[in-house]
Design a protein. Sequence first.
Length: 437
Amino acid sequence: MTQTLALLGGTPAVDKSLKVNWPIVTDADKKAVMKVLDEGPLWALGGDDGLIAPEMIGLETEFAHFVGAKYALACNGGTAALHMAIAAAGVGPGDEVITTPYSFLATPVAVLHNGGVPIFADIDPKTYNIDPAEIEKKITSRTKALLPVHVHGVPADMDRINAIAKQHNLIVIEDACQAPGSKYKGRPAGSLGQMAAFSLNGTKNFAVGEGGLFATSDDTFRARANMVRMVGEGLPSWDRTMEFQHLIAWNYRFQEMPAAFGRSQLKRLPQYNAQARANGQALSKAIAGVKGVEAPFVPADCETIYHKYRMRLHPDQLDLPITGVAFRDTLQAALEAEGVDAPVWLHAPLPAHPIFQVRDGFGHGYPWTVGHKDLRYHAADYPKAQHLVDNSLVICSELNPIYCQTAKLIDQYAAAIHKVLSNRDGLIAAGKKLGKQ
Ligand SMILES: Cc1ncc(COP(=O)(O)O)c(C=O)c1O
């Protein structure tokens, strides 16, 4: 029997009181932070043998182990970690870095921070990640690095990306900000390129509040990235060559309190990732066969951490008078009225954002004017990313993400998706009510 949609006066399908807020802070976390406040130091001090920062160095060591890299460097954000990698790769003014149009803005912006020029290659519509075949079409004599993103936790096709990089002598940097704990053919994100960046932002599976981690197994990249983070200083201070500033650098330093919180939380990250997988798989199973939506695809040789659970929408399967963005927005309103969090996340592919349309990052058109005559970005050149933006919704929000919800709430979300999508007349009425047709 069709039930009246909550948007049209029916009873909501979800008991909102079941939602669990993120991030979770335990007594052990509080104890770890209090220890820093009681005993110090609060920040990394320079000592004769290197930095005195037991929590930060502990976090770096433990995280490097977690992602299968030789080194990690803690810094104040995923954007900073990305920029450290771009700078360490030697990307300079006018150099091109190929990346995806479907990511958070920080990905291409970190390229701009070093004067590099982002070049976008469209996505694989199945995985939502950069398509290696599209990368090949974008390589020029100026290409210096490839910057794939493991978007929503699904690893990019790294074997193919690394093969292209090898053939053209390019450096590969993983934007793993959404993927701490994801695996590609059994290997962890963070060990799949030459350098990687992770975010500790409060919305992430590994959520410290703000912070980032850079990872590499290469000594030179590590030394350069460290200088970028440390205002040019290289430690230990007994190394006289390190007393001088060698390159333009920033202050991306981290602090002991969030490092202590991060170390305590890192112990639980595998548990949160497992919960995300269990919930993601349960939801995918429950909505399989529901007309109008498709569960996210996870390649058989990959393990995702469902940083975001993104459903594809297929209004054509319902023979509705509303399609594309009108259908997406109607479905979103109908699901939210039922109590399901259903954000869009990313309202336009990155090349359509004003910074890439105006192209005046630093003033005087820099860095686009350094080596390019008239480089322009046209959203229409990324039809697969645009189609995904217009025809998908995330289930679960950043405040109540999939990694900490109960199976009971996920069951109710699945029931709500069934309820809304099986009510074709209700969806048409909802579209009319919202002025979508
Ligand atoms: C894919 C991606 N790259 C980069 C970042 C930047 O990380 P942060 O916000 O920690 O600077 C984020 C998250 O915010 C992200 O999702």
